[in-house]
Design a protein around this ligand. Structure first.
Ligand SMILES: [Zn+2]
Length: 156
């Protein structure tokens, strides 16, 4: 119950910050809520066609309608220019800690910012930017185009 109240409020707060928010499937009884046995990204893919929201942020009313339709949906945020966000996905299973060290050795430690823990033991480091991604390294490191927010329940 608490989660059902919290997630729509979080989605609304994020869209009011100017972030492009989309509803994302969740895990239900060990399976993705999309119901496909062969789901390629259980609990991590949007309910809606998200591509147009890479350039057009949904409205507060649109976001409210989505969470009325799917009240238990996780919250996905599209990163990049539409939300003025860059999220570094530090995944230790794929060399993320070494990549971050290499970035910090070259450019110094990143500015203090918010981080969220990921289901796989890694973390997302969130940055607000008013510019396109400034370096090729960040571009390469930041292949992920969306992030599931901390309020969401995600598999590893
Ligand atoms: Zn699915």
């Amino acid at each position: 119950m608490e989660r059902e109240l919290r997630i729509p409020a979080a989605a609304r707060a994020y869209v009011e910050l100017g972030w492009a928010v989309v509803p994302v499937h969740m895990m239900r009884g060990g399976s993705c809520s999309c119901g496909r046995d062969t789901c390629a990204a259980p609990g991590k893919h949007p309910h809606v066609r998200w591509q147009r929201f890479q350039t057009l942020r949904p409205t507060v009313d649109q976001v409210a309608a989505w969470w009325r339709r799917w009240p238990d949906a996780n919250v996905g945020v599209l990163t990049g220019p539409v939300s003025l966000l860059v999220v570094l996905d530090i995944d230790p299973r794929n060399g993320g800690n070494a990549s971050l060290r290499a970035i910090e050795e070259r450019w110094g430690a990143h500015a203090p910012t918010v981080e969220s823990h990921t289901g796989g033991g890694g973390r997302h480091v969130w940055f607000r930017t008013g510019e396109p991604f400034p370096t090729r390294v960040i571009d390469r490191t930041c292949r992920r185009r969306s992030a599931i927010t901390a309020q969401s329940a995600c598999p590893a």
